[in-house]
Each structure stands twice: as C-alpha cells, then as structure tokens.
Design a protein around this ligand. Structure first.
Ligand code: ATP
Length: 958
C-alpha cells in the first residue's frame, strides 16, 4: 500500500532529514517580505528624489503578465485548498499558504501601482521585484520538491510545479518586454522627427499621448493639485513640465480665477518650482529647517523637558493601548474560569487602564505638558514672521497684496499642525499598528497577522484612491465656497454702490446663484465621502469577519481562549482610528505644506534696503541735500529717473513740477530711502544716505503723503503715532499748528473719535491736516510734502498752507505740488519730464528762461485763470507733442492773476532777471549749487517780506 504522501510525520522526516524544512519555512516568509520592502523602499526613494521614467510602450503587456502571475499564486492556493478538502482536513502547509497570500498582496499592490494613471512611472521598483521573484521562486520550488519523495508526485504536485514554471516564464517575459520597450524607445529617439510624428499615429503611441495628456490635465488643474506627493514629484520633474505650466497658465487665464484659486495655484506652483530647484524631497524638506528655532525651544530647558515628557507619555499611551484589549480578554477568561483569576481584580485593573487611557488621564497630562510648547512655537513663528514682513523693503510690499501677506503669516499655524500630525498622531499610530500586528500574530498565529496587514493595505489603498478621485469635486466645492464668500462680501462692502445704482435685486440674484452652486457642489462631495466611507468600512468589516472566523475556529479547537477572541474584537475597533488617520494623512500634510510654503517664501526673502555693517547715525547739520547724477529704476528694466542732479541748501524749499508719472514722488521716496538709487548718490550734509543708519535717516524726515493712511483708532492715537511719548498737550499743540484742533473738538468724541478704517470717517482736508499734525509733532529736520494739499478746496488749502508754514519753517523742504501758489513761492522749482530734469530755478528765473515751466505757467495764467466761483482750471494740459504736460493748477485769485500778468509783461522784471536766466536751464550740479546759492540768497532777501519760503501768504505778497 502506498504511503500517504501528506503524512506530516513522513514529510517532517524527509524534510528535516535533508535539513530543508526550516529553510523552506523561513524562505516562505522572507520572500514576500523582501519583495515588499524592496518595492516600498525603492518607491519611497524614487518619490523623495523626484525620479521619473519616460512612458513605456510595453506597459500594458507587463500589466497583463503581472496579473497572470497573481492568478498563478491564487491557483496554487486553490490547489492546496482542494487537496485539503479531498483529504478532509485542515491544510497543514501554513507557511506556504501565508507565502502565497502575501505574494498576492504584494504583487497586487504593485499591479495597482502599475495601473495607476501615471505616465512617468518609475520602473525599477517593479523590475527589481520581478528579478527577486526570479531568484526566490526556483529556490523555493527546488526546496519544496526536494522535501517530497519523488515517488509521491501526484497530479496536484505536477499542477503546482507547472504553475510555478508558468509564472517564472511570465516574469521573464515581463523583463523581456521591459527591455524591448527601452530599446525601441532608444531606437525611436534616434529617428528623425518626421518619422516620430507618424509613429504617434499608431495605437501604442496614442496610448502614450493620452497618458501624457492625462498628466497635463492634472498639471492644468494647477492650484491645490499636490495632494499626493507622487503626482507633485512627477509633475515637477516631468520633461514637459515647463510646457505643462504654460498650458496651465493659458487654461487658467481663460477662466476667471478667484483670488482663492489664484493663491492656491501660485502656492502650488511655487512648491513645485522649489521642489524642482532642490532636486529631491529631502533637500526640499531641509529648507523648512529655517523654522527650527521657532519650533524647537532652543536654550529653554523647561520646555525641552516638557517635550521629553510628552514623548514618554506617547510611549506609555502605546503600551496602554495594547494593555486595554488584553485586560478585557483576561476578564472574559476569568469569568469563564479559564485562567482562574479573580474577575473583580481584572475589572479594577481594566478601569484603571481605561482611566489612564482616557481624556482625563495620560491625554490630559500630555496636553498640559504640551500647551506651553505649542504656544511657544505659535508665538515665536507669528512674531518672527510679522517682524520679518515689517522689515522687508518696498519692493516686496509693492509686489505682494496685503491679504496674501496676512494669509502667509497666519499659515505659521500649519507648521505646528504638520508637526502635530507627524509627532502626535502618525508616529504613535504607526507604533500602535505594529504592536497590534505582532501581538495578534503571536496570539492567533501568522494568519491573523496576515489578515491585519492585508486589511490595512487594502483599506489604505482604497481610501487614498477614493480621496484622490474626490479631489476635483472637492476643489470645485472650495472654489464655489469662496465665490459665494466674495459675492457676499462685494455686496456688503459695496452697499453704497449697489443702492446708488439700484442693483439690490441683481445682487440678491447673484448671491442666490452662488449659494445654489456651492450647495450643489457640497452635496456632490458629501455623497462622495459617504460612499467612500461606506466602502472603507466594508473593507474593515471584511477583515474583522475574516479575523473573527479564524479566531472562532481557534477557540473551538481550543487553540486560543474566548478571552483572546474578545481581545481581538477590541483591538480591531482600536485599529480603525489609525487607519482612517493614515488614509487622510497625505491630504492634510500636503495642505499644510502648501500653506507653510507661503510663509517659507516670505521668510526667505531678504530686505533690499538694509543698514550697512557699522552704519553710523546720520549727523544732521542743517539739511544740505545733494542729488548727484541719480538714476533709478523700480524693476531694473524701465528707467524712471535719469541723471538727476540738484542741491538744496539748509532751509530751502524745492518744488517738483512735472507731468503725472514723471518721477516726482519717486524722488521723495529715494530721499526717504524707500528704495536705493540704481546709480549716482544722494547726500545729506555730506553723508551718502546709503551709508548712514536707516532709522536715524527716517527719524530726521517728516513726510506728508498725498493720500495719508490713518489707523482705525482715535484721532489722538493717530496723531501721537509720530511720537509715541507725546503728551495730550503736545498732540493738541500739533493739531492747533495744523489748524485742525477746532475741527477735532467739534467731533462727537473730540480727540477720542475713531477715524474709521484708513481714516474713512474724515474728509480729505481733515485727513491731510491730521497728517500734517503728525508731521509737526515729529519735529523733523527735513520735510517731504507729496501733494499734501491736493484733495482740498481753496479755503482749506489756505488753512493747510498756514499749517505747512509752521511745519516747514527753517527746514529743508521738498514739495511735489500742482498749485501755482505753492510752486511760485518755492525757492527752487525743478521741472521733471519723463524722468529727466529739464530745468530748475526760481519762479522768476524760469519765467525768464522761457522754457517748459514758462510755457506752462503762462498757459495757466493767460488761458485758465481761476473763475469767479473758485473752480480750478484743468489739471493737465496737452502739449503740442501730445505728451502729458506738467500739471499745474492755477489757483490764484483773479486779482493775483492780473498782477502776475503785469509782472510778466513788465520788461523791467525781464531785464532784471535776464542775467540769471542762463544759469537756470539745465544747470549742472556745480552751477546748480551756485544757482541754488543765488536762489537761497534771493529767497533770503525775499524772506524778509515772506516769513517762510513756501507759505509766504501769496495773496498779501502779490
Ligand atoms: N512701486 C512702483 N513700482 C513700479 N513702478 C512704479 C512704482 N511707483 C511708481 N512707479 C512708476 O514710476 C513712474 C513715476 O512714478 P511717480 O509716482 O514718481 O510719478 P509722479 O511724477 O509722482 O506722478 P504723479 O504726479 O501722478 O504723482 C510711473 O511711471 C509709475 O508708474
């Protein structure tokens, strides 16, 4: 009679006789694990180092071959099951079954990776796995055959051997097709472009094209498209990435982009750009080390100790998470009398463990320890970001919208979030999961361990796929949400316009459409999530059922106790949270990363206007200002100022006249060092302003801007902003000097009246006088007035002129002005045209010179005197060349106008001044200084009848 071929004793004898059984068993476990680790690690490295491969023309065939290999493992498994059913016993080849199941899982994961729609797939993790299979499979099969007696070969063994051989062949074919695809790609590369375009008409090439277009479509979505690191890296280093980006920009340009979409797209593009620059994720992540001093409490021992204790709490929590289900099992066993333990003691221990694991136990302690650390990093990041932004220069603030900057500063929170996700959730959950896997494998055997890992893998795979499939829907929902927000905000902010134009109905309609759109999108996303969660829980349930069936089988065969079964169920319930968390981790991390990226960009921006090392404070000595061949460009492309040279002696008033956009305000900004000159230099009392301490320079200069901006605070605090230590009396005095005191006292709450956002509740004239009061309170050594009286009527202007007289008295003053009354009383008038200084001199000198200024001035005097009602003439006058002429407003009264006219016509004046006219036109710096000297002398003599050069009280004077 033939011996039972599957007699365990016989098998053990044969195998152990050959010493191969233990080796075979180990290899059964080692093989799938080795393939899995190789695949996981090499894929992770490929993602981190932004590796990509070109689209492979044989990908589809390789997918089919891999699918065949997976089926072959399944066939082997079925073979074992059938054999066991035939023998009416439980399969004894536990290691073989686990190995086959694991291979199905590992190669199944690879199959999913191969079929994922990514054209720039990195191939070496797959090819390496196939090679490993080619190495392991023959060894395993040989050991397995050697372990059997040759005479015992039955049909099932022959089937097994032929299945392995077929699979072996499939792996070889897969490698062959891979190499063939690489070679043909190389050959095609050598072909001319004409032939390549013809080839693209073929089926395979079309697949390639469609795959590429799929990637492009993903790239086109641009903003927020980096939820998966893989896709980011793929897009980032794709050969076509630049064209992708341009396509993306074109497509984005076509549709109207909301500010939110723009922000997201830019952040995403910025992240991709930096990734490309850095070359891999590791270097990219390293750039975030700039935040380390804000996150890690350097030199703060108490906080460092707290962090250490938090780490201990987390580890203890892991241990408790393991003890709780185990204790429940012990209680059940003690109730059943299995372990002979006292159930009361068991319950008391259980209660203690639950208390420690609860929100009132370790969790409370951990949070209590962590709160100061969390607030430390929040405080450190926020203040550092705010201070950094305030210290950045004008070029940065010109280029960024304030809302973008504010959003970026707030995103400091996302750095804490990222750390929180990784340190307090991801790492502890990973530990929990591994402990569960090991403990369940030990208690219930490797099948249970396999079920745990398989369920987790399938769950994570399905969850991440579902989340990414909902990405587009979610994105359009957020867009719709912001659209709704903008429509609502626009309606409320622009309420006056809406009401004035009688468009309330239109706005209501617009808003209801936006809300409906958002609700529709939200419903779609909501349903998607419900379905996704249902599916994920089905997977978990299947795993739980499989595990439970196995455990019940083992309980009924007395291999484990009912308590172990209870422990298993409790453990499973505990594992759901980590799995759900990991499924969402990629999404939350990439969102936080994009936000942190915005802050990183700002933190890496360096101010362009900085103090030179060892810069000394400005030594002010009267205020002798010299512009020496100053050239300037905002963008280093278009010249705004060209070779500007002039000097101002202490106490002099210089007025700048010129067409709008000529560069007048720019001159004032250069003087206050908001920007540095491109070439040439600006000196104050012989010191180059780039060499002196920036704050000491600005401390000496008082500015009254064209459109002053006030804080939404009281009048008192707004004026006091110029000198925070000023007393109420000093503020009152400054306001009196600015002729605004009486008006302020007339406000409902006097000096404690709030001025509204940006000073909205004040009139233009009030606003400018408050700004002048501020400048007076500062008591600057030099004054810059940028159209300080542009927004006011004549009466107010007179009051402002009085205020300015107080401010400018004895101080070197630079004025950008459009009013004749202001300009003609200046000691020096500088005419700027298209960024060039075309002439300079006093009013009389320029009239005699008959240049641009005289032309303009006479036009205003002759053609457009102020009418009786006080209506001003046109602000701009077109020149013959069609250019914008210097803007001067004739604000002189008819009486003054006629006396000025008489002055012009008086040959006496002309004769008197004709000598100096030659010096006026285009005077070089040296002559300019002499001219300025003569001017200052003139103004000095004039100042006897005119106390201050600027104010002078033109009505009296003329
Ligand atoms: N921050 C900036 N960035 C880039 N270009 C700028 C910036 N500020 C001004 N410009 C450009 O520089 C030129 C000169 O501007 P500036 O404000 O000095 O003119 P202006 O003579 O004072 O005009 P206006 O009389 O209208 O105030 C203009 O063409 C303007 O568009």
């Amino acid at each position: 009679m033939m011996a039972d071929p599957y007699d365990d004793v016989e098998m053990a004898r044969l195998a152990s006789g050959l010493g191969m059984k233990p080796a075979l068993t180990s290899l059964h476990y080692v093989y799938p694990m080795a393939v899995f680790f190789f695949y996981a690690i090499s894929s992770a490295i490929a993602v981190c180092t932004l590796q990509t491969d070109k689209p492979h023309s044989r990908r589809r065939v390789i997918v089919w071959l891999l699918m065949f290999s997976i089926l072959s493992y399944l066939a082997q498994l079925l073979n074992i099951v059938c054999r066991s059913i035939g023998r009416r016993e439980v399969p004894s080849e536990q290691d073989t079954i686990i190995s086959l199941l694991s291979c199905i899982l590992v190669f199944g994961v690879e199959l999913a990776g191969l079929t994922a729609d990514s054209s720039n797939l990195v191939w070496h993790p797959y090819i390496g796995s196939f090679v490993m299979a080619l190495v392991f499979e023959p060894i395993l099969e040989t050991l397995s055959i050697l372990g059997r007696s040759p005479e015992l070969l039955a049909f099932s063994e022959l089937f097994d051997i032929s299945t392995v051989a077929a699979r072996y062949f499939a792996f070889i074919m897969a490698l062959g097709f891979y190499s063939e695809g690489i070679w043909s790609a190389k050959r095609e590369k050598g072909n001319d472009s004409e032939r390549q375009s013809l080839l693209k008409m073929n089926g395979e090439a079309n697949v390639e094209a469609s795959e590429t277009s799929a990637t492009q479509t993903e790239g086109q979505s641009g903003y927020g498209s980096t939820t998966s690191g893989t896709s980011t890296s793929e897009n980032a280093t794709s050969e076509n990435s630049s064209s992708d980006n341009s396509t993306s920009e074109t497509s984005n340009a076509k549709k109207v982009e909301s500010p939110w979409e723009r922000r997201q797209r830019k952040a995403s593009e910025q992240m991709e750009k930096r990734l490309r620059e850095k070359g891999n994720y590791i270097k990219y992540a390293k750039s975030f080390l700039v935040f380390l001093p804000y996150v890690w409490p350097v030199n703060n021992r108490p906080l460092q100790t707290r962090i250490f204790l938090v780490g201990c709490c987390l580890l203890t929590m892991n241990f408790i998470n393991f003890l709780v289900p185990r204790q429940l099992g012990i209680i059940v066993d003690s109730l059943n009398g299995v372990n002979g333990k006292n159930p009361w003691t068991g319950v008391a221990i259980f209660a203690g463990l639950k208390l420690i694991a609860s929100e009132a136990g370790l969790s409370l302690l951990r949070q209590w320890l962590w709160v100061p650390v969390e607030f430390y990093s929040f405080e450190a990041i926020s203040t550092a970001a705010y201070s950094h932004v305030l210290n950045l220069s004008s070029d940065f603030h010109d280029a960024k919208s304030s809302s973008d900057i504010m959003m970026a500063i707030q995103s400091g929170q996302s750095i804490s979030n990222m750390l929180d996700s990784i340190c307090f959730q991801a790492i502890p959950m990973l530990i929990d999961f591994n402990v569960a896997f090991i403990y369940l494998s030990i208690t219930f055997g490797p099948y249970e361990g396999f079920i745990t890992v398989a369920t987790a893998s399938i769950f994570l795979f399905i969850a991440t796929r579902m989340i990414s499939s909902l990405k587009t829907a979610r994105r359009s929902e957020v867009s719709a949400y912001f659209e709704e927000h903008y429509v609502r905000q626009a309606g409320i902010q622009g309420w006056t316009t809406v009401t004035t134009f009688n468009q309330i109905g239109h706005e209501e309609q617009r808003y209801s459409t936006a809300v409906k759109n958002r609700v529709d999108k939200s419903k779609k996303v909501y349903l998607g999530y419900i379905l996704a969660y249902a599916f994920q829980y089905l997977v978990l349930l299947s795993g739980l059922l499989a595990g439970a069936f196995l455990a019940v089988f083992q309980v009924t065969h007395s291999k484990v106790t009912p308590g172990d079964f209870t422990m298993l169920l409790t453990y499973w319930a505990q594992l759901v949270a980590p799995l759900t968390f990991f499924a969402n981790l990629g999404k939350t991390l990439s969102r936080d990363l994009i936000q942190a990226e915005q802050l990183l960009e700002i933190m890496q921006t360096k101010p362009t206007i900085v103090n030179k090392e060892g810069a000394l404070p400005l030594e002010f000595n009267g205020g002798h200002v010299r512009f020496d061949k100053v050239c300037f460009s905002y963008d280093n492309k278009k010249d705004i100022l060209k070779d500007i040279s002039f000097t101002a002696t202490p106490g002099m008033t210089i007025a700048f006249v010129g067409a709008t956009g000529a560069g007048k305000s720019t001159i004032l900004k250069l003087l206050d060092r908001f920007y540095d000159v491109t070439s040439g230099s600006i000196q104050i009392d012989g010191q180059d302003i780039r060499d002196v301490d920036l704050f000491s320079l600005r401390g000496q200069i008082g500015v009254v801007p064209q459109a002053p901006i006030l804080f939404d605070d009281t009048v008192m605090n707004n004026v006091r902003y110029a000198k925070l230590t000023a007393t109420d009396e000093e503020v009152h005095e400054a306001c009196k000097a600015a002729s605004i005191h009486e008006q302020i006292m007339g406000f409902t709450d006097g000096y404690h009246t709030r001025v509204g956002e940006r000073g909205l509740k004040l009139s233009g004239g009030e606003l400018q006088r408050v700004a002048i009061a501020r400048a007076i309170l500062k008591r600057p050594a030099m004054v810059l007035l940028d159209e300080a009286t542009s927004a006011v009527d004549t009466e107010t202007e007179q009051k402002i002129q009085e205020a300015l007289r107080t401010l400018c008295d004895g101080r070197t003053t630079f004025i950008v002005a459009h009013r004749l009354s202001t300009i003609m009383n200046a000691d020096r008038i500088v005419v700027i045209m298209g960024g060039e200084l075309v002439e300079q001199g006093s009013h009389e000198e320029l009239i005699v010179a008959k240049g641009k200024y005289a032309e303009l001035w006479s036009k205003q005097i002759f053609v457009k005197p102020k009418d009786k009602d006080g209506v001003e003439g046109d602000k701009t006058t077109a020149t013959k060349e069609g250019q914008k002429a210097p803007t001067i407003v004739n604000d002189l009264s008819p009486e003054v106008t006629s006396s000025e006219l008489a002055k012009v016509n008086s040959s006496e004046v002309l004769n008197t001044l004709s000598d100096s006219s030659s010096q006026a036109k285009n005077s070089p710096p040296s002559s300019s200084s002499s001219s300025s000297k003569s001017s200052s002398e003139t103004s000095g003599s004039e100042s006897q009848s005119r106390p201050s050069s600027i104010a002078g009280g033109h009505t009296n004077e003329v």
